[in-house]
Design a protein around this ligand. Structure first.
Ligand code: F6P
Length: 363
C-alpha cells in the first residue's frame, strides 16, 4: 500500500433505503480517516443534502461516533430513496435534470472524494454524478435485498435474514397451537434472497421467490403431504415481488404516488385457505427487517468495508466499490457491480439445499 500523500477531505453519504449497519460504516470511516489526520464531512439525507442551499453537511468528529453507534440501526446522516437527480420531480410538477446542482453542492464542500454507501440504484446514480462532475467516488454496498453484483453480500442483508428467521421462529408455535397455515411476506424487491435464506433457516415448508414461477396446486399438494404425516400446520414464506397466478405484481400506493411491492402474502393466504380448507393468517414483516440492531456479521462487514474504503483513497484508487469475496474485502469497478444484478442462482447451493430438504419452492 502507498502511504498518504496529503491529508484528505472526505465526504460521506448514505443513499437509498436504510438498513442495519449503516452507522457502523460511518463510524469506521470516521475513526480510521481521523487517525490519518483527514477531515470527514457527512452529507445529510443522501444527495438531497447537496440540492438544498445552503447545502446540508457537517464535519464529523470522534464525538459523533461513540461506541453506541455501532449498535444503532438507521443512519445518523439520514437517507433518501426518492428522486433520481437526472429526472427529478420538482414541486411545480415538472421533471428536471438537477445533476449540476448536486455536483456544484459537492464541489462547494471542497472535498477530494465522495464515499457513497448505497445499493445498485444509488451507486449507479452516484457514479453518473461523479463522472459528470469529474470527482472521485468510492462505493460501499448496502442493501437488505442483497441484489448488488460482484459482492457475496451487502450490509443489512444478514440482519434482515435474522429478523425474518426470528419471525418464523415465533410463528411456528402459534401455527402449531391453532393448526394454521402461516404466511410470512418478506421484503427483497425483485430478488428472493431474504425469503430463501430465512425460509431455510426458519424451517419453512414452502418458499416462494420471484425467480421461480409457482403453481398453486403444487403448494396444495405439498400441504396435503404434510397433513398426511399427521402435522396440521405449515409455514409459507413469500417474497414481496412474487406475482399473483395471472402474472400481476401486488403493489401498494403511498403518499406522493410512490408505489411499493405489498399484498402478495394476503393473496397467497386467501388462495391457500380456500384450496386447502385451512385457517391461514398472514404476517407482513415490512420495515422491521431494516431497523433495529445490526447483526454481528453486518457490524463486522460494515467496519471492514469502511476501512477498505479509506485504504482505497490512500492509494488514490477510485471508482471502486468495496466487496466481500471469499472471507475478505476486495474492490471492484462500481460500473461492473451495478451492471450485474444479482438474483437468486437457480443452480446455486441454497436452492439445492431447499429442494433437498423437501421444501416446496412452488414449482
Ligand atoms: O430496497 C430495500 C427495500 O426495503 C425493498 O426490499 C423494499 O421493496 C423497499 O426497499 C421498500 O421501500 P420503502 O422504504 O420506500 O417503503
Amino acid at each position: 500500500m502507498t502511504t498518504a500523500q496529503q491529508p484528505k477531505r472526505i465526504a460521506i453519504l448514505t443513499s437509498g433505503g436504510d438498513c442495519a449497519g449503516l452507522n457502523a460504516v460511518i463510524r469506521s470511516v470516521v475513526i480510521y480517516g481521523l487517525s490519518l489526520g483527514w477531515e470527514i464531512f457527512g452529507i445529510e439525507d443522501g444527495t438531497h443534502g447537496l440540492i438544498d442551499r445552503p447545502i446540508r453537511a457537517r464535519k464529523l468528529t470522534l464525538a459523533d461516533v461513540s461506541a453506541t453507534m455501532l449498535r444503532q440501526g438507521g443512519t445518523i446522516l439520514g437517507t433518501t430513496n426518492k428522486g433520481n437527480p437526472f429526472a427529478y420531480p420538482m414541486p411545480d410538477g415538472t421533471i428536471q435534470d438537477i445533476s449540476e446542482t448536486i455536483i456544484d453542492g459537492f464541489k462547494s464542500l471542497g472535498c477530494d472524494v465522495m464515499i457513497g454507501i448505497g445499493g445498485d440504484g444509488s451507486l449507479s446514480i452516484l457514479h453518473q454524478l461523479a463522472e459528470q462532475g469529474g470527482f472521485p467516488l468510492i462505493g460501499i454496498p448496502k442493501t437488505i435485498d442483497n441484489d448488488l453484483g460482484m459482492t457475496e453480500t451487502s450490509i443489512g442483508f444478514d440482519t434482515a435474514v435474522a429478523v425474518a428467521t426470528e419471525a418464523l421462529d415465533r410463528l411456528q408455535p402459534t401455527a402449531a397451537s391453532h393448526d394454521r397455515i402461516m404466511v410470512l411476506e418478506v421484503m427483497g424487491r425483485d430478488a428472493g434472497h431474504i425469503a430463501l435464506a430465512a425460509g431455510i433457516a426458519g424451517g419453512a415448508d414452502v418458499i416462494l421467490i420471484p425467480e421461480i414461477p409457482y403453481a398453486l396446486d403444487k403448494i396444495v399438494a405439498h400441504i396435503k403431504e404434510i397433513r398426511d404425516t399427521g402435522r396440521n400446520f405449515a409455514l409459507i414464506v413469500v417474497s414481496e415481488a412474487v406475482k399473483t397466478i395471472d402474472g400481476t405484481s401486488s403493489t401498494l400506493s403511498f403518499y406522493g404516488g410512490e408505489k411499493r411491492f405489498g399484498g402478495i402474502g394476503h393473496y397467497i393466504g386467501a388462495e391457500i385457505a380456500e384450496l386447502c380448507q385451512a385457517e391461514t393468517r398472514v404476517t407482513v414483516l415490512g420495515h422491521v427487517q431494516r431497523g433495529g440492531q445490526p447483526s454481528a456479521q453486518d457490524r463486522m462487514l460494515a467496519q471492514a468495508f469502511g476501512v477498505h474504503a479509506i485504504d482505497l483513497i490512500r492509494q488514490e484508487k477510485y471508482d471502486r466499490m468495496v466487496a466481500w469475496s471469499d472471507r475478505n474485502v476486495i474492490d471492484v469497478p462500481i460500473v461492473k457491480a451495478t451492471a450485474r444484478y444479482q438474483s437468486v442462482d437457480l443452480d446455486g447451493t441454497l436452492v439445492k439445499t431447499a429442494r433437498s430438504l423437501g421444501i416446496c419452492l412452488g414449482d
